[in-house]
Design a binder for this molecule. Structure first.
Ligand code: ATP
Ligand code: MG
Length: 356
């Protein structure tokens, strides 16, 4: 029997609450499937750990994580710990250290999930965004010149390597081919004449190996408009780090909100573990009260199963979530219900059991 070992970094605020439900669901799936088992190892890292030790994770933390089949991350961040410490010392360290160069974000409106768009059919919001996750605008190369003078200048340089650009675009083509979907590249060649022109060139070059994949190209400003006005244009989307960051928040807003948005940080070659997380933050305003919606964390479990190629079970989780949303009996306050975090996890497990 296959065995999957999951490293759990529950983190701060609502992180531990929502991950408990995700683990509950994964444990139930393993039991129902009967073809694989899962084990969880917890790492108590995060802001609390930082306030005690001065570090977000143990010094040899990366070494400890190396052998796992997946990392399951809750949320990191405390109001009184600056982001560059909390995110930089944990989330970004893992993303970079394990070369998780793909950020995969489903923008898929489940039946029953709330959507702020009018005149858009539910089926029309069904895309998967592949965001470059390792370089680009977030390479953090730049300078502050002439500080304190009226001539002060801040420079921020995007770094687009051929290797880095090709690999994310190739991943997106492979995904579009596998899923038999169109592929849309979103860039900004008309204004960013070096980086984005380069991106567009590579998108065309790599495309020569995929004559069977239908492609489209959009400028990011136009794409943002069509995400709202006509989202059915988009199926698989590939874009840079910054544009992906912004577009996926827009995507989360049209596909049910923060309580439903999941993201995977993948090292597709599987040389290092990949990391799965609800994309919301630690939400200190509702932490510890059983109010957090665990569906985003549960969706990340579905993404984990998909990455392990346990696709049937990945799908079954989404179906169970969809039934929960349609039935409306067990929803947390952010979705208009009165259920508690643990009730939602229990209900998803029950629906999964009923589905087999
Ligand atoms: P960050 O600093 O990373 O943005 P955050 O703690 O501000 O983190 P967000 O993800 O930005 O959290 O969420 C903003 C607000 O949305 C939260 O304060 C909370 O009220 C609500 N929210 C976020 N996630 C959830 C969730 N899973 N369930 C219910 N409400 C949520
Ligand atoms: Mg926030």
């Amino acid at each position: 029997m296959k065995q999957y070992h999951v490293a759990v970094i529950a983190g701060d605020g609502i992180g531990p609450e929502v991950l408990t439900e995700g683990r509950k669901v994964l444990r139930a799936v393993a039991q129902l499937a009967g073809t694989f088992s899962v084990s969880f190892t917890e790492f108590p890292w995060g802001c609390e750990y930082y306030l005690k030790t001065g570090c977000m994770m143990e010094e040899d933390g990366m070494e400890k994580l190396k052998g796992f089949d997946a990392i399951y991350l809750g949320a990191v961040g405390y109001p009184d710990v600056p982001d560059h410490v909390s995110l930089g010392g944990l989330l970004l360290k893992i993303r970079r250290g394990f070369d998780e160069y793909i950020n995969l974000r489903p923008v898929h409106l489940l039946e029953g999930a709330p959507c702020p768009l009018k005149d858009v059919a539910r089926e029309d919001i069904d895309m998967i965004v592949v965001r470059e996750n390792s370089e680009g605008e977030y390479a953090n190369v730049g300078a502050r010149l002439y500080q304190g003078t009226p001539e002060e200048i801040a420079l921020q340089t995007g770094v687009f390597s051929r290797r880095g650009t090709e690999r994310v675009i190739r991943y997106a083509y492979d995904l579009a081919r596998r899923e038999k979907k169109t592929l849309t590249s979103i860039s900004k060649g008309n204004a960013l004449g070096y980086s984005m022109v380069f991106w567009d060139e590579i998108f065309r070059e790599v495309g020569e190996d995929y004559p069977d994949v239908e492609t489209h190209s959009y400028l990011v400003d136009a794409a943002s408009m069509f995400f709202v006005k006509d989202p059915k244009r988009f199926e698989v989307v590939v874009t840079s780090n910054l544009f992906g960051d912004i577009l996926t928040d827009l995507g989360a807003a049209i596909a049910g909100g923060m309580g439903l948005a999941a993201g995977a940080n993948l090292n597709p070659e599987r040389r290092f573990p990949s990391m799965f997380e609800p994309i919301h933050g630690s939400a200190p305003d509702i932490a510890g009260q059983g109010l957090a919606n665990p569906l985003a964390a549960i969706w990340s479990i579905s993404q984990m199963l998909d990455f392990w190629e346990e696709r049937v079970w990945a799908k079954k989780i989404l179906c169970a979530m969809e039934r929960l949303l349609v039935e409306k009996n067990t929803l947390t306050p952010d979705l208009g219900g009165t259920a508690r975090t643990t009730d939602v996890g229990d209900a998803v497990v029950r629906l999964l059991e009923e589905s087999v």
